[in-house]
Design a protein around this ligand. Structure first.
Ligand code: ATP
Ligand code: MG
Length: 136
């Protein structure tokens, strides 16, 4: 994951979005612990080389005006964005994105579907298995 990358995680409460971010951030090399940014909207994770990862949870976002204040563009310039509840950002969501959909199958199982247009999102999708395995 590099600056400007956007990964959207859609799924019901408890579908497994934050858990997926834990694997992703770990594989990416985060030095910080991943937690759910439900109340503070965004967590920032850092890697030894200075790269940053912005982890959003917009579940509690009150309005699009509040979303505009987040200034996604300046964050995109500084790192990759991973967004839980991306549908709450409406038109503010960057068009070029990897979309991941989570479904609760039963107690111990989740169905995860990936959708990416050609270009950078497709490249990112190809790298996902390696990132989550800690090899990227
Ligand atoms: N792939 C998975 N397989 C089995 N259990 C999982 C999986 N992913 C997450 N879980 C379990 O589901 C529960 C909820 O996970 P998690 O917090 O990641 O969901 P979430 O989608 O981020 O929820 P929220 O919408 O509240 O942020 C946790 O107990 C977690 O251990
Ligand atoms: Mg979560």
């Amino acid at each position: 994951m590099i600056s400007g990358d956007v990964i959207c995680l859609q799924g019901d409460l408890g579908a497994g979005k934050t858990t997926f971010v834990q694997g992703l951030a770990h594989g990416w090399g985060s030095q910080d612990m991943v937690s759910s940014p439900t109340f503070i909207l965004v967590n920032i994770y850092r890697r030894a080389d200075g790269a940053q990862l912005f982890h959003f949870d917009t579940y509690r976002l009150e309005s699009i005006a509040e979303a505009e204040e987040l200034d996604l563009d300046s964050m995109l310039a500084q790192g990759a964005l991973i967004i839980e509840w991306p549908e709450h950002l409406g038109d503010l969501l960057p068009r070029e994105r990897l979309w991941i959909h989570f479904e609760h199958v039963d107690e111990g199982r989740r169905r995860i579907r990936f959708r990416a247009a050609n270009g950078r999102p497709a490249q990112l999708l190809e790298r996902i298995p390696r990132v989550t395995a800690g090899a990227a």
